[in-house]
Design a protein around this ligand. Structure first.
Ligand code: HEM
Length: 457
């Protein structure tokens, strides 16, 4: 058994019985529940110019948000309401309460750019406005199985705001998930999700024990047996969580060109692509299908995430140690640090038109992924993963390498593909993914939305 697996089991036993049940009726549904497949969605951003109008808006929005117990609402459309630190200020949240939020949230994503590697083309001065500016106050995610139901929800939001002159809509981004769940580079996404104790929602890896709710929701013990710091008063902090939003542009043409230039033939191109991600485009993991794609495996949710690395593939001969999914979740592999402290709920979604199959020239369209992460600690989860696992390679003993798919490789970094008799080493990886903007947000509980709406002063 690996050190990680021992830790996991011990922790599991230690905390059995100490569970406090998750108050699903108070959680915003979109935080925990997987999205339907396929779906369409819209992100909307608002600026609050008048705190009373802002509070009224929050109260009205809260009435359209389904709770995490309300599965029936999932069939229609649903809304998630999130607020930046500047937004909490604009809403007139009391100062002692504002001060109780952690510094990284108070600073916001743009202020953390240097540490996150958002420099050069990724720097906030190049972001799409208003992202990263103090104008972003409330961000909504509206998601539905089809456009008709999405429009009903968007009409509701529009009428919620219609008579509130002190709230301005300042940004909109439409997004979608295709029926085949492929992202812009052509890979099936959204396969691997953690199980969360008390949520009733199963994870996708039967070999990964469920996580303590406190990893993802404030007010509950986390994997270290601690109650994570929570904003005050309790009605504001409890059952809330943090959300990271990042608009990531994908240079699909550059990815295709790089594969073409470095592969021996079309089959090798597909193998190389799979080595970058750790999965074939169908979603089949290299760990279970190392030599050729297995679309039936890729489509089978009971098998496509049922694997570990340590016993079966310690050297990365099947799934490279530096591939995207093995970096993002090394599972039981031996790496520096404790993998279970850096897991995340992910809700990636496409924006922009797909580049037609076979096209190798960029058509100038803006396309990519709206990356959404949910977790109780911005620093220990998202920021750690971005800094240590995407932008660095020391944790896997490859200090010159970065995440080959999403890292800022800038034509300088190599990517090692372990193989026998000789490893393959790709040089000069271009940057395929660029940050177009992002925000740190707080997703309050349903009772916190009501509390904000009821503030008087
Ligand atoms: C445009 C940017 C990105 C693309 C195209 C992308 C694509 C993918 C794909 C195709 C998968 C495999 C599907 C799955 O296992 O669910 C995946 C998994 C994953 N990605 Fe990304 N990703 C991107 C950015 C990121 C970022 C910025 C992070 C973290 C900060 C991240 C974290 C993860 C995690 C945690 C997994 C699951 C790994 C596992 O549990 O095995 N991704 N991504």
């Amino acid at each position: 058994m690996t050190p990680n697996a021992i830790d996991i089991e011990e922790r599991h036993e230690r905390r059995e019985g100490s569970e406090r049940s998750l108050e699903l009726h108070d959680l915003q549904s979109g935080i925990l529940h997987p999205r339907p497949s396929p779906y369409v969605g819209t992100y909307l951003v608002f600026r609050i110019d008048d705190r009373r109008d802002g509070r009224e808006f929050v109260g009205r929005l809260g009435r359209s948000v389904a709770s995490a117990t309300d599965w029936s609402a999932q069939a229609h459309a649903w809304l998630t309401v999130t607020i930046t630190y500047a937004g909490l200020e604009a809403l007139g949240i009391p100062q002692d309460s504002l001060d109780s939020f952690p510094p990284e949230f108070r600073e916001g994503m743009a202020a953390r750019a240097e540490a996150l590697g958002d420099v050069g083309v990724n720097a906030p001065e190049n972001w799409e406005k208003p992202l990263g500016t103090p104008d972003v106050h409330i961000a909504l995610a509206a998601i539905a199985p089809d456009t008709a139901r999405l429009n009903v929800l968007l009409d509701e939001v529009r009428s919620d705001r219609a008579d509130l002159a002190g709230v301005a809509e300042i940004w909109r981004q439409d997004c979608y998930a295709l029926p085949n769940e492929r992202e812009a580079f052509g890979f099936k996404d959204g396969i691997s999700h953690p199980a969360i104790e008390g949520s009733g929602i199963p994870g996708t890896n039967p070999k990964e024990p469920p996580f303590k709710a406190g990893e993802f929701i404030l007010g509950y013990p986390n994997e270290m047996g601690q109650l994570p710091p929570m904003p005050t008063p309790e009605v504001l902090g409890r059952n809330g969580t943090y959300v990271v939003f990042r608009k990531l542009h994908q240079n699909v043409a550059a990815f295709r060109q790089y594969l073409r230039a470095n592969a021996a033939n079309p089959e090798d191109e597909e193998l190389l692509a799979a080595k970058f991600v750790g999965r074939w485009r169908s979603g089949a993991p290299l760990s279970l299908a190392p030599d050729r794609d297995d679309p039936a495996l890729g489509a089978d949710a009971s098998r496509n995430n049922d694997f570990l690395y340590h016993e079966d593939d310690p050297r990365g001969l099947k799934c490279p140690i530096g591939s995207h999914i093995r970096r993002m979740n090394p599972r039981d592999a031996v790496v520096t640090g404790d993998v279970r402290l850096h897991r995340m709920i992910r809700r990636g979604t496409n924006y922009g038109p797909h580049l037609p199959e076979g096209v190798l020239e960029d058509d100038g369209e803006d396309r990519g992924l709206c990356f959404v992460f949910v977790g109780a600690s911005l620093t220990r989860q998202f920021e750690f993963v971005q800094k240590q696992w995407i932008n660095d390679g020391r944790f896997i003993g490859a200090p010159t390498e970065r995440d080959p798919l999403v890292g800022p490789n800038e034509g300088r970094c190599p990517f090692t593909i372990p193989a026998r008799p000789v490893r393959r080493r790709l040089q000069g990886l271009p940057t395929f993914v660029t940050t177009r903007g992002g925000e740190y947000l707080f997703a309050p509980s349903l009772s916190a939305l009501r509390w904000i709406a009821s503030l008087a002063s």
